[in-house]
Design a protein around this ligand. Structure first.
Ligand code: NAP
Length: 236
């Protein structure tokens, strides 16, 4: 194995979709770089009607998610995902270091419990409009604008604290609002060969009355093990 290949394996970027990591690895240092990931069924669902979401995607897509985590400075999730899934947000399936964990919780409803708050040495940040913040977590206070914190403000606040490469891991509302705000460089859409037929949909962007206004990002496609497909979309 060449030295470069050995480095790649160590950093966890070696996979059928290694090309999809190049834009992240080569992102310019002087500005933020945001990648969002969404795992969904063939019919665009991210959970059943009862909210069951583990696991729509198979091992290859989960490995990919852990590679993404290892490639960024911080992983960002909305409060809805913390409540629904209690995710750990760490790198476990591949070799690599766990990034900082950031929860967007405008009203401080999350409290001080949850797996994301594990004391494992990874920095923890809470983006909120309120003042409540668990001990050991850095509070990033931002103003609300019509009930929302602007995604661009969140990205800028994290960049100012040294978190340049961000993974917006979910859920659907959070990713959609970041895309609507033009704050996502790459979208990694992982399609599992599963048809759920009903349930929670993935992306829900601002309505476009006219098909000519639909996003048609340059996209590369990678076939993963188990029939899963990664669509790597260059959004901005
Ligand atoms: N398939 C996948 O890849 C994947 C990944 C992650 C999660 N999920 C699934 O997604 C579902 C959860 O998604 P979701 O859409 O319901 O919730 P979500 O996106 O996880 O969280 C949405 C909430 O986060 C807060 N938030 C996010 N961005 C904000 C902003 N810019 N300003 C202010 N608040 C902001 C708000 O909290 P408040 O509600 O407190 O206002 C908002 O309602 C679960 O079913 C989970 O299993 C799937």
């Amino acid at each position: 194995m060449t030295e470069g290949k050995a480095r790649e394996r160590k950093s966890g970027t070696e996979s059928a979709a290694a090309d999809a990591f190049q834009p992240i690895l080569e992102a310019p240092a002087e500005r933020p770089f945001v990648v969002a990931q969404l795992g969904q069924s063939l019919d665009g669902r991210i959970a059943t009607v009862t909210g069951e979401s583990r696991y729509i995607n198979g091992p290859a897509a989960l490995d990919h998610l852990h590679r993404l985590r290892a490639a960024v400075d911080a992983v960002v999730v909305g409060a809805g995902t913390i409540v629904a899934d209690d995710p750990q947000l760490t790198v476990r399936r591949i070799e690599g270091r766990s990034p900082a964990r950031v929860a967007i919780d405008p009203t401080g409803r999350l409290g001080s419990g949850g797996a994301w708050l594990a004391r494992d040495g990874a920095p923890l940040l809470l983006v909120s409009a309120g003042e409540a913040c668990p001990q050991g977590v850095e509070l990033v206070r931002l103003p609300l604008h019509e009930g929302l914190m602007r995604p661009a403000d969140i990205v800028a606040a994290l960049f100012a604290r040294g978190y340049r490469k961000l993974l917006i891991e979910g859920g659907a509302r959070t990713i959609s609002s970041f895309i609507d705000a033009g704050c996502v460089n790459r979208l990694h859409l992982l399609m599992a060969p599963v048809i759920i037929g009903s349930g929670k949909t993935g992306l829900e962007l601002a309505p476009q009355g006219d098909l000519s206004r639909a996003l048609r990002p340059p996209t590369s496609v990678h076939l993963l093990a188990g029939g899963e497909v990664l669509f790597d979309c260059a959004l901005v």
